[in-house]
Ligand binder design. Structure first.
Ligand SMILES: C[S@@+](CC[C@H](N)C(=O)[O-])C[C@H]1O[C@@H](n2cnc3c(N)ncnc32)[C@H](O)[C@@H]1O
Length: 184
């Protein structure tokens, strides 16, 4: 319950950054993660964890040798995650998602990016740079998985990725679309 209050408070402080009034459901998280091969994925990135609903689900599924790099721009969400997540596989970053390449070693490529960023409330340049940064950071067979509350982002994602598949998650408030994007 306190996570919901925390979320709502951050939403009222900065609607355009938070982009939702409550945390997502685990049901949506399961839809987001259903196509991820956790046996194989060694570098996983999360954009916009908020209170960490998906982060916890990723941590419980990821390989012991995998690394999770998390980008959260909101200071309160970042601080709370830093206080409660104690896992040496997780690298929490208080920076914007479009700076992904700064956190990858030379020749390092990402297997999966899980994004909850409210793309459609971002200014167009930021939206474009985030999606381009994701495309650039991914392996050739990597996946960019993004949820949104509408189909408005489809055009942008299709302009950058070769394949974009959309699923619908009803058990979430509001119900959401899950985009799974691939370079090939
Ligand atoms: C819609 S909320 C999703 C939170 C959580 N993943 C969930 O589904 O409940 C979007 C999150 O993205 C974060 N965010 C917004 N812009 C960001 C950016 N440029 N880089 C990283 N995180 C950002 C917000 O602070 C917020 O935590």
């Amino acid at each position: 319950m306190s996570e919901n209050r925390n979320f709502l408070r951050e939403f009222f402080k900065d609607k355009k950054m938070v982009g939702a009034v409550s945390p997502s459901t685990k049901f949506l998280g399961s839809k987001m993660l259903s196509s991820v091969d956790f046996e194989k994925a060694r570098i996983i990135v999360e954009f916009g964890p908020g209170t960490g609903v998906f982060t916890d689900m990723i941590i419980s599924r990821m390989h012991t040798k995998a690394k999770l790099i998390v980008f959260e721009l909101n200071e309160n969400f970042y601080d709370s995650l830093r206080e409660r997540i104690e896992d040496s596989r997780v690298q929490l970053t208080h920076d914007s998602a479009e700076n992904l390449s700064r956190y990858l070693n030379e020749n390092e490529k990402v297997d999966v990016i899980v994004s909850s960023l409210p793309l459609m409330v971002f200014p167009p340049e930021l939206r474009e740079s985030v999606v381009q940064a994701a495309h650039k950071g991914l392996r050739e067979d990597g996946k960019y998985i993004q949820f949104q509350y509408s189909l408005q982002s489809k055009k942008l994602l299709e302009s950058v990725f070769k394949s974009v598949k959309v699923k619908f998650a009803l058990k979430n408030f509001p119900p959401a679309f899950v985009y799974t994007c691939q370079k090939q």
